[in-house]
Ligand binder design. Sequence first.
Ligand code: GLU
Length: 480
Amino acid sequence: MADVRLRVAPSPTGDPHVGTAYVSLFDLAFARQQGGDFVLRVEDTDRARFREDSEQQIYDTLHWLGLDWDEGPDKGGPFAPYRQSERLDTYRPVAEKLVADGVAYYCWCTPERLTQMREAQQKAKQPTGYDRLCVGKSREEREALAADGGPGFSPTPVVRMLIPEDVPLAFDDLIRGEVHAPRPDDQVILKADGFPTYHLAVVVDDHLMGITHVVRGEEWISSTPKHLLLYDWLGWDRPAFAHMPLLRNVDKSKISKRKNPAARLTWFVEEGYLPEALRNFLALMGYSMPDGREIFSFEEMVESFDWGRVNAVGPVFDLDKLGWLNGHYIRALPGDELAERIVAYLGVEGDKADLVREATPLVQERMTVLREAREMLGFLVDDEFAFDPAAATKFLGVEQRPTLQAARDAIAGLGEWSTAAIEAALRSSLIDGLGLKPKHAFGPVRVAVTGRTVSPPLFESIELLGQAEALTRLDQALSL
Ligand code: GLU
């Protein structure tokens, strides 16, 4: 058997979709297990939806996730180019051969005629589809029809597949077994602008690039009979197919970038999820380990990988579960490694980075995503310090002045600067001295030195901040 070759084929139409990572993960798990190759191909033939920066975002997010490819537009490889817009010369001769063989035909119908036809079909409650007006006609015959207000003629034709009556609609899927798809319409394979449609380009490229297993979302099931016809017409070996279940929102609708921020891969980077947690989560969405465990590494998935263990039913994209996994991975990281991840996430350097490193043990148990480090450690590293207005109103009012003043004096009088000394001084002055309950004693101090009501442990925070800065902030709170 030929070496296995899998590919992911995203279209650069905006922020990369989480489905691209999901499919890549499964491609890669199988390719690595079999010692095969994983190819990244950019399907950029839809010029209307093309977005310039999207391709780089695909590279960046997949790299971030640790899902690396063996061949691709940025890496080259034996089947370059890997960008479809650079392969346009490849597709037209294939379309022309299909026309010459009588299995495809030119169609000169105008977009207006096609729209009218579809509207009339819908009105009559008939199935929509091309009515084959152009089948069997030469250009001249078809143009003549248009004279005197006949059906509109467009001088640049498209090429359509002539779907036979007996088109096979069933095929084998590695995940689903035998699948039945609906009967297709006479699909356009070459557009008027000379660009192939997805259906032609995907088959030609998968064949030329030696792809053995096509893994893609279940939304492509209805296209597969057309693709299989193309393989058969061209005398090419069919690859195996695996249609992954679509990721779904809690209400079971398909995850879309318009409705769910978590459909965008860059969102996970922005929020501060760990790549290993997202990888585990995406695997868990479609795969069950033989022993049912939920926390597992990519390497463990590779070892046990089996298409029979992939779910056919669309998993609900449960962000609570992802948060749980992410918290687990954060707590499991060695402290110094987590510190470097937080430093990189916050983009801090020098002394500030050192402060973050020192503060990391204070927040490691308290975080679900790295974004929370920004909130909790902002008081140490932000260029501008400010009290949260709501917290200031509640905790830094006139009634709290005696507390804040006593705290200031206690801290100012400290000769030794340590967590224990700070704690002892504040307890003795606020709790023993003023007779306050801990909540009333330390709440105002916390807001004064960290600006917020939620922070890492108070005495450690004050120590990290340093005596001078702690006093400055207490003075600032007193002057409100
Ligand atoms: N370009 C298609 C997409 O963006 C690829 C589908 C396939 O893998 O065949 O989903």
